[in-house]
Structures are given as C-alpha cells and as structure tokens.
Design a protein around this ligand. Structure first.
Ligand SMILES: Nc1ncnc2c1ncn2[C@@H]1O[C@H](COP(=O)(O)OP(=O)(O)O)[C@@H](O)[C@H]1O
Ligand SMILES: [Mg+2]
Length: 496
C-alpha cells in the first residue's frame, strides 16, 4: 500500500511494536538494518521493508476522509482514527465507506432529531462523517434511481455493529415515516422488533453485554412516495449451543433471566426461582448485568411484543416454552434397571420433568421417553433403544436447543407476519447486521459456519468496493488492471 518513498537518515517513520502496534520515530542509521530513535525514547532496529513513512505535516485534528491522507498505510490509517477518536469523532470516511469506532458511552447529541434533520438530503461528504449520511445516500439513490440498496455493517464482536444497525433503521424510519394508522406504524413495529429479538437472540459475552448471537438482514420496503410500506426480517445462524452451555463470565440468552425476574405471580405459574437454581444458567457465576434491571426489561419486552403484534396468549405460550427449557435442563439421570438405560435421578429431576411436560402441554411419559430412549423409524419396524445416563443428557440438551431455535424462528416469523410485507413494493433498503467473527480455544462446527459466513461477506464487500473503483477509473480513463488471488486477497496494480 502507499507510494514508495525514499527513507533516509532523519526520516520520520512508523515501526511495528508488539505492545502498541505502531511507534513513530526518526531514522538514525541506515546500514542493512534500520536504527530508529523512537519518540518513546526506545532505540529500535528493524528491516527496511517493515518501516513506513510518517507524514509530519498531517493536520493535527486528523482528516475526515482517509483518502486525504498522504500515506494510506496501516499506521497512517490507525493514527488518523486515533486522533479523531480522542476528539470524540467516532466516524471517518474512506470514500463512501464509513468507519465507526465504538465510543463505549452514549452520545445522544449526535443521534437526536436535530441531527437527523441536518443530514436529510445533505450532499454526501458535506457534513461530518455520520451513519445517517450513509442511510441518506441509500434512500436518495432509491428514490432518484428507483434502485434497491443494501448497507452492510461489518466488524469484530463488540465493535458496534448492532448499535449502528439500529441507528440506520431509526434514520430510515425517520425518512420514510408516515401518519399513525391503527395505533401502530410499520416503522414503529420494525423498530420495536429489535428489543424482542434481542431478548431472545442476545446474550452477555466476554466482550459485549448485549451481543447478538444471530445474523440479521432487515429489508425495509418503500412505496412509490418513499414511505415505508412493509418490512421483512431474516435471521440466520442462531447460536444454539448457548442454550445448554455457557462459560464464566458469560450469560445465557437474556429471556431466561428476564423471566426469572418477572412479577411474583408469573414466577409461581412457571415454578421458577433464582437463575442459580437452573443448570442452564448456573454454569456461569454471572447472573446480573451492571446497570440493567432484568425485571424492568421483562416488562419492556412484553410491551414491545404488544407493539409488534404478539397477542397476550401467544406471549404466555412463548414464556411457557422458555420456562420449560429451564426445567428440562434440570432433569438429571441415573442408571436404570436394564443395561445401558437411564431414568430420572431423583424426586427433584422428576419434579422438573413433570413441570416441563405441563408447560409444554405434552404427555409426561412421552417426554421421558424422548429423553431416555432412542427411537429409530425404519420402513419395516420402529426400533426403541434405551440410552445410558450420559447419552440421555445429550438427548436432553439436543431437545432444549431444538425447542429454543424453533421458538426463535417462530418469533421472527410472527413478527414478519404482523409487520406485513408490501408485495407491490418496487424498492427496498436492506440492512445487514452480521454476527461477528470469533475464535475461541476450541471452535465448534457452529463457530466454523459463523466464521465462514464472515469470510464470504468480507469477500463480497471487497469485490463490491473494487468494482466501484473500477467503474470510477474507467470513467476517468485511467489505464489499470487488477489481479485476483485465490487466497481471497485482491490486489490493485497500475499499469502506468
Ligand atoms: N454508537 C454507539 N453509541 C453508544 N454506545 C455504543 C455505540 N456502538 C456500540 N456501543 C456500545 O457497545 C456495545 C456493543 O455494541 P454492539 O453494537 O452490540 O456490538 P456488535 O454488534 O458489533 O457485537 C453496545 O451495547 C453499546 O453499549
Ligand atoms: Mg451485534
């Protein structure tokens, strides 16, 4: 990257550092290896190929578009983002790509109604870089050219993707909002679907107290006048393993803790107690989130469910399933009379099994069999084989995960039906909030699928950006070519 420059004794340069990524300094000696006197006081020796020129005349406040940098290399980019971040400027452009850095604090003044008004219709690049500007461009292009657009929000876990997605949706709802009909507007329903989905699809992880454990693509449909006329939410890859397995200091899905903090009447109805009494929750010692009241959020989730059109009866059924999963997780097994068979361990296990059956409104014996027996359906016969206690636990967890992911899919479907699709809509804006790339000590197949998806999206993004650049160069008649490498890296080379 960047333009080759002469590095001589006295040049200001960046050199890699294992602690702080990059350190700046001045070249002292140039004999084979380069000796640099760093501004930190250290003397560093490095290879010439590992050194990057530093622009000493860069503006003190950084630049709002990275294309204005004299050197577009990693240290230059990072330094620019750092300077801006220190000035509370969390957004920076690189052409029409927006880079957002998580402020880790609420910045209400940059998202208020006044700000929305300012960005509405303002030419891109005229105002400070902002997520609203990106949404505005998508909306204008849709209105003026009649073309649908998608906005891709990418980044590692905890980077701020979901928050950014919410801001994009809020701004689009502001642009395409309309008068209230029947008390609930489409855009209100679209926005309120967020807290509902978050209650069931988000959890506290090491890096993020409200981490989405699923991918989400929201299509907002518009009519000819540019008003929101419908929406569709597609979700993918919900992290199923979390339902049965969590590690300190993470939490399971929020909904379990919300329900345990519900009003007393409900606690009694669902035979619940403190989260620490449930195996699916007590594998981690973290039960509460700083600054968050689960009791409050329970009621807020209920209200949001009302808005998106989930009836009282349906809400009750949803929470019955959530409670049943907690009870299922507490069913422990011991060896049965026959070889390699299992039965509920004790009265406690029997109580939870019975409660789960009641909540799921299913036959108790059938539920027990589903956990303790393996049923193989063959064309000629049905074979029933008993399972040892260890296999019964696997089968129990399998059932819990499947029930939970079906509940989640049901919820998404319900929200979609209630918001409604506009079959006549010719244009839409899609917002994709991906589910961050992560690498753990041991990565399951589930993680592999998530990371693979991320990799694919990154490639799609690269190709899209390069295609746009290509069109730009063709327009300006710049002679160039690009080489595509199999290892998913694209490299630009200029012919002249
Ligand atoms: N623009 C923002 N303003 C305020 N807080 C933010 C912003 N972006 C992120 N955060 C904070 O960081 C946390 C993690 O962000 P989130 O969007 O959930 O990350 P991701 O979806 O990339 O994993 C949020 O819960 C919020 O506290
Ligand atoms: Mg997220």
């Amino acid at each position: 990257m960047g333009t080759p420059v002469n590095i001589i004794v006295g040049s200001h340069v960046w050199v890699e550092d294992s602690d702080v990524a990059w350190i700046d300094g001045e070249v002292e000696k140039l004999t084979g290896e380069v000796v640099i006197q760093a501004t930190t006081g250290k003397t560093i020796t490095a290879k010439l190929s590992k050194i990057y020129p530093k622009n000493v005349e860069a503006p003190a406040g950084g630049v709002d578009d990275m294309r204005k940098l004299s050197y577009l290399h990693e240290p230059g980019v990072l330094q620019n983002l750092k300077i801006r971040y220190e000035l509370n400027e969390i957004y920076t452009y690189t052409g029409n790509i927006l880079i957002a850095i998580n402020p880790f604090q609420r910045l209400p003044h940059i998202y208020d109604a006044h700000m929305m008004q300012q960005y509405k219709g303002a030419p891109f690049g005229e105002l400070n870089p902002h997520v609203f500007a990106v949404a505005d461009v998508a909306y204008r292009a849709m209105i003026n050219e009649g073309k649908s657009n998608s906005i891709l929000v990418s980044g590692e876990s905890g980077a701020g993707k979901t928050e950014t997605t919410k801001m994009l949706m809020r701004y689009l709802a502001y642009l395409g909002g309309r008068a209230v009909t029947e008390g609930r507007t489409v855009e209100q329903q679209v926005l309120e679907s967020n807290p509902v989905l978050e209650a069931f699809g988000n959890a506290k992880t090491v890096r993020n107290n409200n981490s989405s454990r699923f991918g989400k693509f929201v299509e907002i449909q518009f009519d000819k006048q540019g008003r929101i006329s419908g929406a569709a939410i597609r979700t993918y890859l919900l992290e199923r393993s979390r339902v049965c397995q969590i590690s300190d200091p993470e939490r399971n899905y929020h909904c379990f803790y919300l329900l345990c903090a519900a009003p007393q009447e409900e606690i009694e109805k669902y035979k619940l107690g403190h989260p620490k009494t449930f195996h699916y929750l007590n594998q981690s010692k973290c039960y509460e989130l700083v600054g968050i009241s689960d009791a409050h959020d329970y009621l807020a989730t209920r209200r949001a469910m009302d808005i998106v059109g989930i009836s009282e009866n349906e809400q009750e059924a949803i929470f019955r399933v959530v409670a049943a999963i907690l009870h299922i997780g507490n069913v422990e097994f011991t060896k049965g009379k026959e070889v390699d068979s299992s039965v509920p361990k004790d009265d406690k296990a029997k109580f939870h099994l019975k409660t789960a059956a009641e909540l799921l409104m299913c036959d108790l014996k059938a539920l027990e069999d589903a956990l303790c027996k393996l049923v193989m359906v063959r064309p000629e016969e049905v074979i029933k084989r008993s399972l040892d206690p260890e296999s019964a636990v696997t089968s129990r967890d399998g059932l819990a995960k499947t029930v939970y992911s079906r509940l989640f899919d049901w919820l998404v479907n319900k929200i979609n039906n209630s918001i409604g699709q506009d079959a006549n809509s010719k244009c839409l804006i899609g917002v994709l909030d991906i589910y961050g790339f992560e690498s753990f000590k041991t990565n399951s197949f589930e993680q592999f699928c998530i990371n693979f998806t991320n990799e694919k999206l990154q490639q799609h993004f690269n190709q899209h950006v390069f295609k746009m650049e290509q069109e730009e160069y063709t327009k300006e008649a710049i002679d160039w070519s690009y080489i595509e490498f199999v290892d998913n890296k694209l490299k630009l080379t200029w012919k002249s």
